[in-house]
Design a protein around this ligand. Structure first.
Ligand code: IVH
Length: 677
């Protein structure tokens, strides 16, 4: 090989290494080498190019070389958490959303006003202005704590640094989505999976000079903290900030009712490919900000907004095989292994078949030609089978009756509906290693322990190497072994250690959610945490006698029913579960659940509702009681402080019982007075 060829090869190898590490950082979000190792790699490339200028023709390195990521941004608490959005995938989903909003507000307005905005597929950021001056800029982070990326955000020219107007609130927080235009992205696309990653990478540059080289843009879509609050509707808010020189999306407008929502959706979907930014749907927001306030939030998302995703992208492929997967609750899910096919820009080789019933109903067989679809970030699904293409000798698929662990599986009978579950399950819990592995993935997930750097793939890897078998092992990792694994450098290990350490301090509600009791999601975990208050009280569930007593009391809680109680009982009756959870508790510092509002109108009070109210739904009344520090019970007992009686059809028996027990009764008019006082 000539000397020139050798140099070219060396250059190519270094460039491909650098790209690989850029990808580890930007695409996988997990750097594998230290900052200094990364710098050295860059230096080598730069020196080569300096020495042999012909290399410049082989590859323009200016784009990749600037990419120096950092995770050393200061962490700052958000004034108001940055939530996510719930999704709708079809008209029915939107219809349900409109119904829910109406029910919560106790309205019957099918033509309620919504504000429609494109959902920009970028990186969210928040800008904080004091007296019109931009003083802070944060990334979303985990929604509660963001990173200080002000300097980088300031490089975006179209972001006002000072608002020149005399009607700007003292404190104004603007939520926005930062993106890279599709055309600009094309110039640098080799280094990033998609424009979204490129924007994220650019915003996280250590040196804001590097950020400034990449043409970032943004759309402002909402507000966080505002004081004094001067906006009455979302549309008014956007008009106003447009006047203040923020960039707002021109396709946004008000719509009334489902019919207009559907028309708007189709219109924007058709424009989609002509836009210079990626959108993956439209966000529909209740336009009236007062109504937004009344609707409030669930744990993760506002009740007043929804992301209506564009319809799924479809493709034709063939089923090579059907395998089963075991979920964290033991659910057996059949998965079709298909000939890899591009569905809307993503190569798909697996598609879910949901459950045994679904396979039977659609008579899906190995070898079949099928249509699959992919919507948003949900798992691709099999839509239909093209029977005309079926081979003669094809056989009906026989669903396996055993779990991958060998144990028998069965379908449960639902207590509430008395119907057989569609899903077959393995009931071995932690005794089934397939279920156990999924439980671990749940434990480290964002909503649970939220351990950065310990994602699903790493759990798979650590599991295969027997580094982690059960949750408590996470806190006893053998880092000497991990050090020897490919892809694990000093930096990634030190980051992992830190993230694990941080996760050891956890709130009681998160802990309860993490341990993965079936039917106990985030909302129910909160209800339970508020009931138990401390891990000490919660731990009484381990004791059979205590448990039976507690379970009786749990029935009083609004939101916890027979299904949940049975599930909690099952969970704690299993000795393996009990041992594993006890071992885990020892490793943690579990914070007491603090009641959201200690100085609220109902702090430390227990309330119950009967009858309907004129101005609000039961759900809103419940949310109001809880926001004011109260606990809402579902049945009458001595523990109750107040029975709130709505004018419309209250249960007489409950009022009598309350009177007998000397429980204070609040009538609808008094309830309204208390809330307004
Ligand atoms: S409203 C409580 N409007 O989508 C969240 N979000 O899935 C209210 N996004 O974090 C969000 N375009 O980063 C809203 N027009 C838009 C949006 C938008 C993009 C992003 C945003 C948010 C995420 C929620």
């Amino acid at each position: 090989m000539s000397e020139k060829n050798e140099i070219i090869n060396k250059f190519k190898k270094l460039v491909s290494d650098l790209k690989k590490h850029n990808r580890f950082y930007y695409v996988n979000d997990s750097p594998k080498i230290t900052d200094s190792e990364y710098d050295l790699l860059k230096k080598k490339i730069l020196e080569l190019v300096k020495q042999f200028s012909y290399l410049k023709k082989i590859e323009d390195i200016s784009l990749i070389i600037g990419a120096e990521p950092s995770n050393k941004f200061k962490k700052i608490n958000h004034i108001i958490p940055m939530l996510s959005l719930s999704n709708a995938f079809d008209e029915k989903g939107m219809e349900d959303f409109i119904k829910k909003v109406n029910n919560f507000l106790n309205l019957n307005n099918k033509n309620l006003e919504f504000f429609a905005e494109p959902k920009i597929d970028g990186i969210s950021a928040t800008l904080i202005y004091e007296k019109g001056r931009l003083i802070r800029g944060l990334s979303r982070g985990d929604g509660t704590v963001g990173e200080d990326i002000l300097q980088n955000l300031k490089t975006i020219q179209s972001i006002p640094k000072k608002i020149e107007a005399n009607d700007v609130p003292e404190l104004l927080e603007i939520r926005c989505e930062v993106y890279i235009g599709k055309k600009d992205f094309n110039k640098m696309k080799e280094n990033f999976a998609n424009p979204r990653n490129a924007a994220g990478g650019s915003l996280r540059q250590k040196d804001s000079n590097e950020t400034s080289k990449i043409p970032l843009k943004y759309f402002a879509y909402g507000f966080g903290a505002v004081s004094p609050m001067v906006f009455k509707t979302q549309s008014e808010f956007l008009q106003k900030i447009k006047k203040w020189n923020f960039s707002t999306n021109p396709l946004s407008e008000t719509v009334n009712g489902l019919e207009q929502i559907v028309i708007k959706h189709k219109k924007v979907d058709q424009l989609r490919s002509t836009l210079d930014y990626d959108i993956d749907g439209l966000v529909y927001k209740v336009n009236d900000i007062n109504l937004q306030k009344r609707l409030g939030n669930t744990s993760n998302s506002p009740r007043w907004a929804i992301a209506y995703k564009f319809s799924a992208e479809k493709a034709v492929t063939k089923i090579k095989n059907i395998v089963i997967q075991v979920g964290r609750t033991g659910a057996i899910t059949p998965v079709a292994k298909v000939d890899p096919v591009n569905v809307g820009g993503v190569v798909v080789s697996n598609a879910t078949l949901h459950n045994e019933e679904e396979i039977q109903r659609k008579d899906i067989r190995i070898g079949d030609t099928i249509i699959i679809q992919r919507a948003g970030d949900v798992i691709p699904q099999v839509v239909s089978v093209d029977i005309s293409k079926r081979e003669k000798n094809s056989k009906k698929y026989a669903f396996p009756k055993k779990c991958l662990c060998g144990a028998d599986t069965r379908k449960e009978l639902s207590k509430s509906t008395n119907k057989q579950d569609a899903v077959r399950r393995c009931f071995k819990g932690y005794d089934c290693k397939f279920t156990a592995k999924e439980k671990l993935k749940h434990i480290v997930s964002k909503e649970a322990f939220n351990i950065d750097g310990l994602g699903k793939k790493v759990i798979d890897q650590f599991w295969d190497l027997k580094l982690i078998k059960e949750p408590s092992d996470i806190f006893e990792l053998n880092y000497n072994k991990i050090k020897k694994l490919e892809g694990w450098g000093e930096l990634s290990i030190s980051n992992l250690k830190k993230a694990i350490e941080k996760s050891q301090i956890i709130s009681l509600d998160r802990f309860i959610f993490s341990i993965g009791i079936r039917h106990i999601g985030q909302e129910n975990a909160k209800i339970l945490a508020s009931f138990f208050s401390s891990i000490k009280e919660f731990s009484r569930l381990f004791d059979l006698k205590d448990r039976k007593k507690i379970l009786l009391n749990l029935a009083d809680l609004d939101g916890i029913g027979e299904t949940q109680i049975q599930s909690i009982d099952n969970f704690f009756s299993n000795n393996t579960n009990a041992r594993i959870i006890k071992d885990l508790i020892i490793k943690l510092k579990i914070k007491n659940f603090n009641i959201r509002n200690k100085n609220g109108k109902f702090s430390n009070k227990k309330l119950m509702f009967t009858g309907g109210f004129k101005n609000m739904s039961r759900s809103e009344a419940k949310a109001l009681a809880e926001n004011n520090g109260g606990k809402v019970l579902g049945s009458i007992s001595k523990k109750l402080d107040f029975l709130v009686v709505g004018d419309s059809k209250p249960t007489k028996k409950k009022i009598e019982q309350a009177k007998q027990l000397d429980i204070k009764i609040i009538l609808e008019k008094d309830w309204n007075k208390i809330l307004n006082s």
